[in-house]
Design a protein around this ligand. Structure first.
Ligand SMILES: [Mg+2]
Length: 111
């Protein structure tokens, strides 16, 4: 039987901000845009000559991706603390959905 591989990333709750649903959503779009920009721009998709080496490009892409992940985590804290959502339950539902759609063939618990 195949066992699913998980990537676990632990990111902090930011403690110098007062985030809300709208502000985190807007920031998520902003960071997603920066990720797309660094991929497009530095991959030369805009027709400009790229000034960075491939390894620098991948470094920038990695950092922008973590910005996206950080804001997603911040939004999870907002949903939990301001709207009573249990993210752990939502993760289970999410994985069930992935399995139903055929993206995964077995749950982590491996029953
Ligand atoms: Mg960014």
């Amino acid at each position: 039987m195949k066992t699913a591989i998980y990537k676990q990333v632990s990111l902090p709750k930011l403690n110098n901000l007062k985030p809300g649903l709208e502000s985190t959503c807007l920031k998520l779009m902003e960071e997603a845009g920066e990720l797309a920009q660094v991929i497009g721009k530095f991959r030369g998709l805009n027709g400009e000559d790229t000034q960075l080496h491939d390894n620098e490009v991948i470094e920038r892409i990695s950092m922008e991706l973590l910005d996206v992940a950080q804001v997603a985590v911040s939004m999870m804290f907002v949903l939990e603390e301001q709207y009573g959502i249990n993210i752990d339950e939502k993760v289970d539902e999410h994985i069930d959905k992935l399995m139903k759609k055929g993206y995964m063939v077995q749950h982590k618990s491996g029953e």
